[in-house]
Ligand binder design. Sequence first.
Ligand code: AVI
Length: 352
Amino acid sequence: MKLPSVAPAARRDIQQADAPLLAEILAGLTAQPKRLHPKFLYDAQGSKLFERICELPEYYLTRTETRILRERVPAFLRSLGAKPAIVELGSGSSLKTRILLDALQGDATYVPVEISRSHLLMATRELSQSYPRLEILPICADFTQPFRLPHGIDRQPMLVFFPGSTLGNFYRDEAVELLRLMRAIAGANGFVVVGADLRKDPRIIEPAYNDSAGVTAAFNLNVLTRLNTEFGADFDVSAFEHRAPWIAAQSRIEMHLVSTRAQTVQLGEEVLQFARGESIWTESCHKYDCAQFATLAAQAGLTVDDVWIDERQLFSVQVLRGTGQNASRPLPAEGGRETPEDADGRHACGYS
Ligand code: AVI
């Protein structure tokens, strides 16, 4: 519904500065069902809350993946060849990368691709202090948009690293696109290493997104506070509740914010109507079994070379390679890749 009044100056300034984001938010909140892109969860406060989530007893993902990587990465990297180039998409604070860099004693080229300049600069500074031999070539970019790789890294053994089960936050078609991009970056002979939370008993999955301390609820609700402070909305945050049910048919957790009463919210020049019980869908966290993940990877032209799984079968780290033939390169490195594409697709799935 359009408001006839002229917005106050402060609100107009907010709209001008963030007009494309505001338009995206409004498009989501006027759609049916109402939704917000999960990227809006990660402002400074949201990122802090997510760090706390990773420490929660119920949130097994981070600690399980970290343990798997510590166990499996050293032998894997020994087989990769000298001075690999590690490209990490959405590198954040590069914490898990340290497991790789420790195993390599910093003898590598690291290409973190991160949209947040402050995260990128801080991670680069800290890593260069910890690993004096490490060559760091940071790229400040949204990895879902085209970006250019540094010239020459394709002459080194290539490893594309995407930990954290972040792939699960993308819808399947987007996940395939992203895997395709990783395959193109890795080239014919490189590896793609992806963290993927496994499908399992929902009695384990659901508590990870409904923790007893309420940190995930605070993380989810924080997006409304963000809309109030950054985009001039007037959400009554106390009139929304966090819900994160397991949706078996889609094999995913869906995070929602449910309106506890009928209410209206002003955002920009729109007045949004909420019925009691109506939700804003804020995130999806897909869980795959190994066969489902292999299918997803195959759609992106990747084959499963190895899968590392913890003893409780909670989490997997998938080691993937290009199947050959059609490995296209939508993001050419400056100067291009010299090696021909691997045409034989010889790497059979091997689960160890
Ligand atoms: C970032 N991502 C892998 C998390 C997940 O588990 O899907 C996001 C998250 N949302 C709520 N808790 C954690």
